[in-house]
Design a protein. Structure first.
Length: 127
């Protein structure tokens, strides 16, 4: 199977690589099937919609930011990154993580009822 988008060009994948989001992602509930793409950049992974390949979410592993972040059984928490040409302005949504189990190819999004985790947590800080 293949999809194509402007960011990655043509992506070839097998059915086993599709991560299913039964409820979709908040604001994009109609899209249920995604690929997790590693572009070689060690900071980010990319969640690419199978049905709408131009719909791409940059993801960052939240556990790298918070040692005490809530756990969700066998699901790894990722935050959607708001990209900006100025790295200091990049933020990550740690309030509503994307949770992915890569062994079972399942994912979901959960909103945390905890004020310690904002929607726009600064990914990088100025020194």
């Amino acid at each position: 199977m293949k999809i194509k988008n402007q960011l990655f060009g043509e992506i070839e994948f097998s059915e086993e690589k599709i991560i299913k989001f039964p409820e979709g992602i908040i604001g994009f509930e109609e899209f249920k099937k995604f690929l997790l793409v590693n572009s070689g950049n060690p900071l980010f992974l990319w969640l690419v919609s199978i049905d709408e390949p131009e719909l791409i979410f940059p993801l960052f592993g939240i556990k790298a930011l918070f040692d005490d972040y809530p756990t969700f059984e066998d699901f790894e928490p990722f935050g959607i990154v708001k990209l900006d040409p100025d790295p200091i302005k990049m933020t990550i949504n740690v309030k509503a993580p994307i949770l992915i189990n890569q062994d079972r190819n399942e994912g979901f999004q959960k909103i945390l009822d905890d004020d310690r985790y904002p929607i726009d947590y600064k990914l990088f800080i100025e020194k």
